[in-house]
Design a protein around this ligand. Structure first.
Ligand code: IPE
Ligand code: IPE
Ligand code: MG
Length: 249
């Protein structure tokens, strides 16, 4: 039986992926890091298909962090060019499969071309609901939290909300991800076991899955292996195992 056939109905609703290891993949073969990014972008295509295929509703991919702006200029430029190319290439398939493209992060800080392309694809796919594919671009979770605090503080100043009425829901409403559920499963490739400023609030109760596979080598089989692992786990959300057996959540 294939890995896909072994999956049960408990598919994680929201999957986040820290797509890491492009540079090392290229260097291992004696190529420039940018070659790894190019191959990594083909992996995105395959993983989006694989996620749609088993009914994932939200797939959020960490594509460029706020800290990645500190990389060499030529690498940033190559990544931005690749983003434009990938968006153009993927659009027909997004239409065909009715996948909505969404972005989180400080996307206004992107260069004009990728920004316009991104906006255009987001606009053309905004009514689709097979799956929401979110690209985290110029994204940093700390920046997201700072922004949300600023917005809430502004509302307090204008007497629109009082401090004691600030709840977790109010904070959630001010995050980029306000219209998405929390992350169920967070995958990071390349063997690193860290979060690198990705979705800090939203992964509070996510299951974490780390794999040594470098992103350009990551396949649908690896994705389904992660899902199978997820399906073996008991998500207790602070309760006891016995409580869950009495009344499954
Ligand atoms: C992930 O691969 C892609 C981005 C961060 C844009 P890396 O470029 O970080 O690859 P490694 O970690 O150096 O191998
Ligand atoms: C995290 O990868 C960001 C993305 C995958 C876009 P990095 O390669 O930038 O993370 P660190 O620097 O190794 O933590
Ligand atoms: Mg990396």
């Amino acid at each position: 039986m294939s890995l896909k056939e072994q999956l049960n109905a408990n598919i994680p609703q929201h999957v986040g992926i820290i797509m890491d290891g492009n540079g090392r993949w290229a260097k291992k073969q004696g190529f420039m890091r940018v070659f790894g990014h190019e191959n990594g972008s083909s992996t995105v295509t395959k993983i989006v298909d694989a996620a749609v295929d088993v009914g994932v509703k939200y797939l959020t991919l960490y594509a460029f962090s706020t800290e990645n702006w500190n990389r060499p200029k030529y690498e940033i430029e190559a990544l931005m060019t690749l983003l434009v190319k990938s968006l153009k290439r993927e659009l027909p398939k997004l239409h065909k499969e009715k996948v909505r493209l969404h972005a989180i992060g400080n996307i206004e800080s992107l260069p004009k071309k990728p920004y316009k392309e991104l906006k255009s694809v987001m606009d053309q796919t905004k009514d689709y609901d097979t799956m929401t594919l979110t690209l985290a671009l110029s994204y940093g979770a700390r920046e997201e939290l700072v922004k949300s605090v600023q917005q809430i503080a502004d509302k307090i100043k204008k007497d629109l909300i009082s401090p004691h009425l600030i709840t977790e829901d109010v904070i959630k409403e001010h995050l980029y991800t306000h219209d998405m559920p929390d992350v169920d499963l967070l995958i990071r490739t390349s063997g690193e076991q860290r979060i690198s400023n990705f979705l800090l609030w939203q992964i509070a109760y996510a299951e974490l899955y780390f794999t040594p596979v470098l992103w350009p080598d990551f396949t649908s089989e690896h994705l389904y292996k992660a899902f199978l692992d997820y399906q073996q786990r008991e998500r207790r959300f602070g309760k006891t195992s016995e409580q869950l057996q009495d009344s499954p959540i």
